[in-house]
Design a protein around this ligand. Sequence first.
Ligand code: EPZ
Length: 417
Amino acid sequence: MDKMIINGGRRLVGEVEISGAKNAALPILAAGLLARGWSTLHNVPALGDIASIKQLLTSLGVQVESQGSTVRLNAEGIGKGEAPYDLVRKMRASILVLGPLLARLQRAKVSLPGGCAIGARPINLHLAGLERLGAHIDLRHGYVEATAPRLKGADIYFDGITVTGTENLMMAATLAEGRTVLRNAAREPEVVALAEVLQAMGACIDGAGTSVMTIDGVAELQATEATIIPDRIEAGTFMVAAALTGGDIRVKRCNPEHLAAVIDKLRQAGATVEAGASEVRVSRAGDILPVDIQTQVYPGFPTDMQAQFMVLMSVARGQSIISETIFENRFIHVSELQRMGADIKVTGETAVVRGVATLSGAPVMASDLRASASLILAGLVAEGTTEVNRVYHLDRGYAAIERKMSLLGAEIQRVAV
Ligand code: EPZ
């Protein structure tokens, strides 16, 4: 298990190139199950979670070849349609193979993903939607066993907005008989990116990016070639790093359109943000100002940026209120930030953050992907040395973050423990 050692106090200055989006690549790789023949995906990020889903696809009989950030896959010969517990438990988003397997093989056996640090992460909305498409679902011995002689299009209303639930149902509906309507669908850019790849494969999808999507089933889909969109959360993390350290960073190969809420909040917090077509420049000269945030589904402020923004607010000139409305347990980073001197009080889904003059470096423990990123950010501005342990959490979603940060002037190194 590696740890990161950071010596705080350096301004981050320079340019950073954003990698492909983890949360777009995962469903798009799963969509490869829907077609025969070789699909080619470019700009796939080198992440732990991507390695996990490639391992799962291989175990399902998919041929997977990687060359740098290009992944080729061929689902011609998929066999049993079973995703085992020891693979799924490593990466919850493995549930994304359920819809495609059901559509392609008329059966699927996928381990229930179980919860994680940030919440119980149920999949009831996924399963209810698949049943509406005519699937028979059994939950046995920790597995979802789904069968469907032929999926039939249906009018489905999601009781709650779910990103991977929308993606699972969209994929299943592409090969169902007739029309499926998804109401209260997620509108995240990663949902739109998946829809675009499915359309390139021959799917008939309308309304992606809105809360009502229409999918007209087709007989089969063809392999395709696609490029993964930039990771808006990695971009947002570096944007916060610029504001936090009083630096000046050009965040390149990102899509500012996907970051409107984050850009707005950073400007309110006193940062200067110049948005171009595919890059954002962030700097900060004056005080960090307190800003209230409430996490929302897209296009609201993303829950995946809550922990990072809380670090910025922990050294702001005043008090801010941070509400986490998406996950029930996404304040795990708070206790670690408190050990670094942050003044944060949590009541239910609300954290009251009173800015302090400085944080102090300390050994801290990463718990989930975005909490780990927030601890790295805190180390950048803390006095002295911060050690972030269990960085495997970080490696799931950030490609070589210490190299990218070092190039910007951070004093950070990875140490094998
Ligand atoms: C996706 O998770 C992302 N992961 C998460 O990113 C992100 O935080 C989340 O969307 C919200 O934006 C991927 O795309 C792989 P949800 P997902 O279903 O789809 C509840 C990261 O750090 N819910 O939109 O699992 C659920 O418990 C990760 O990259 C049900 O109750 O999230 C949560 O409270 C973390 N029943 C809320 O809905 C269901 O069947 C939103 O969850 C499904 C979800």
